[in-house]
Ligand binder design. Structure first.
Ligand code: YOG
Length: 138
């Protein structure tokens, strides 16, 4: 039985997000604005099917996938790269691998108590967010 992470999660902590954006080549001005955002993560989980929407005042980013099925992801409005992405449960962690131009790119979500965490990895760099948190560790 896998964990259910559906819900609406408000960011409360954000660490090293700037370094994550640098690793994806986001320009200075965009990073300064994006770094101030308090984003919200809206997750719909229906069995093996997920839709995740990252909502912010600047823009939104939506992705839909099925566990274990590779899909083409274009990070539209973010760094606009094309990836072959796949998401799997590894224990209680939801792990996404984003194969593409950047090495070791992906993200991991998990629950700790009533908080949702997210680690973002890009180009050998790493980031982490949490539910009401956004933590980034590079
Ligand atoms: O989420 O992969 O939850 O899809 C990371 C932003 C800022 C735009 C978003 C908009 C990467 C300018 C995480 C921020 C920085 C900066 C809100 C998306 C790139 C550009 C959209 C993500 C996964 C896991 C699900």
């Amino acid at each position: 039985m896998s964990v259910n992470i559906s819900g609406t999660w408000d960011m409360v902590i954000n660490v090293n997000f700037d370094a994550y954006m640098v690793s994806l080549g986001i320009d200075f001005a965009t990073r300064k604005v994006a770094g101030l955002l308090k984003t919200q993560k809206v997750i719909e989980q229906d069995g093996q099917f997920f839709t995740m929407t990252t909502v912010s005042a600047l823009r939104n980013y939506k992705s839909s996938f099925k566990i274990g099925e590779e899909f083409e992801e274009v990070t539209k409005g973010l760094d606009n790269r094309k990836c072959q992405s796949q998401v799997n449960w590894i224990g209680d962690k939801l792990v996404c691998v984003q194969k593409g131009e950047k090495r070791d790119r992906g993200w991991t979500h998990w629950l700790e108590g009533d908080e949702l965490y997210l680690v973002l990895r890009g180009g050998g760099d790493r980031g982490r967010w949490g539910g009401a948190h956004q933590l980034c560790i590079i």
